[in-house]
Write a new protein. Structure first.
Length: 256
C-alpha cells in the first residue's frame, strides 16, 4: 500500500485523520451525538486549515451540516442546537498514567452566530491536539466519516476508532484494563466503575459494539479472550476491511 499523507487529503472530503498514538492511548467521555460532531470537525481539517493567534485549529460548520451528520431530518429549535453545542463544548479526552489521570477539553472556544441564516458555528480545537490532527504523514489512521455517522452507541464509536488504528496489521492484542479506560468505563474517567466484572463488560459493551461495527461499518471484527498469568485478560481482535479503499492505516516500518 502506498504512503498517504494527511497533507494529500482534500479539504471537506469527509475523511477522519488522526495519529495512531492518539486513538490508542486516549479515552473520551463523548456521547454518540457529540462524537459525531467532533469527528465531522476533524474530517474538515486539512493542509489549508486556519490557526488562530494561539495556534488553535479553527473549523466552521453550520446547523444544516450538523443536522445532516446526526441524521435529523427536521431541523430542531435554536435552543436545542445551543444545548447540543454546550454538551460538545464540555466533552473531554483523557490520558492516564500510573500516577495521574489527565483530562483535557476538546475545544477551548465554541461560538454560534445566530444572525446567520443557517447559524454559523465556529470551533477552536485545544492546541494540544495539533500534533495528533495536523500533518499526519506516518503512523496515522484515516477512515470515512460515514462509518462513525452510522453508529448509534458511543461504545461502538470508541471501539471503531481504536480498531481502525490497528487495521493495517489486521489484528491487535489489547489489555482489558486499557480497553476499559479507552471505553470510559473506569472510576478515574467517569466517576464510577461501570461493568466492573469482565463478563459484564463483554456482554453489555464489547459484544454489542462489535455487532454494530460489523453491521454498519467497513470493518469486520472478531474478538477472542486470552487469559494471562495473574488473571490479566488480553483481548485479541482480528480486523478485516470490507472495502479496502474505505480507510487507511499507516504504520512506520521502524516501529513494531
Amino acid at each position: 500500500m502506498g504512503s498517504v499523507g494527511h497533507n494529500e487529503k482534500q479539504e471537506n472530503s469527509g475523511v477522519v485523520v488522526q495519529a495512531n498514538q492518539f486513538a490508542r492511548s486516549t479515552g473520551s467521555d463523548c456521547t454518540a451525538l457529540s462524537a459525531k460532531i467532533i469527528y465531522l470537525l476533524i474530517s474538515r481539517i486539512g493542509k489549508e486549515s486556519k490557526l488562530d493567534e494561539s495556534g488553535a485549529i479553527c473549523v466552521e460548520t453550520d446547523g444544516d451540516e450538523i443536522w445532516s451528520v446526526l441524521g435529523i431530518r427536521e431541523h430542531r429549535s435554536t435552543e436545542y442546537l445551543v444545548d447540543l453545542l454546550r454538551t460538545v463544548a464540555k466533552s473531554l479526552f483523557f490520558s492516564i498514567t500510573e500516577r495521574t489521570t489527565e483530562m483535557y477539553p476538546w475545544f477551548f472556544h465554541v461560538s454560534f452566530d445566530k444572525t446567520q441564516p443557517k447559524g454559523c458555528i465556529a470551533f477552536k480545537f485545544n492546541p494540544m491536539l495539533n500534533e495528533y490532527l495536523l500533518n499526519q504523514n506516518k503512523n496515522f489512521t484515516q477512515y470515512n466519516l460515514s462509518n462513525i455517522i452510522a453508529l448509534r452507541s458511543p461504545h461502538s464509536v470508541r471501539l471503531y476508532n481504536l480498531l481502525c488504528s490497528h487495521a493495517y496489521s489486521g489484528e491487535a492484542d489489547i489489555d482489558s484494563d486499557d480497553l476499559r479506560f479507552i471505553m470510559n468505563l473506569t472510576k478515574a474517567t467517569c466517576g464510577e466503575d461501570k461493568c466492573p466484572e469482565f463478563w459484564r463488560m463483554k456482554q453489555r459493551v464489547l459484544d454489542p459494539a462489535i455487532t454494530e461495527i460489523n453491521e454498519k461499518t467497513d470493518l469486520c471484527v472478531t474478538m477472542d479472550v486470552r487469559r494471562q498469568p495473574g488473571g490479566v485478560r488480553t483481548l485479541h481482535f482480528v480486523i478485516q476491511r470490507a472495502a479496502q479503499d474505505m480507510a487507511i492505516t499507516q504504520e512506520s516500518k521502524a516501529e513494531s
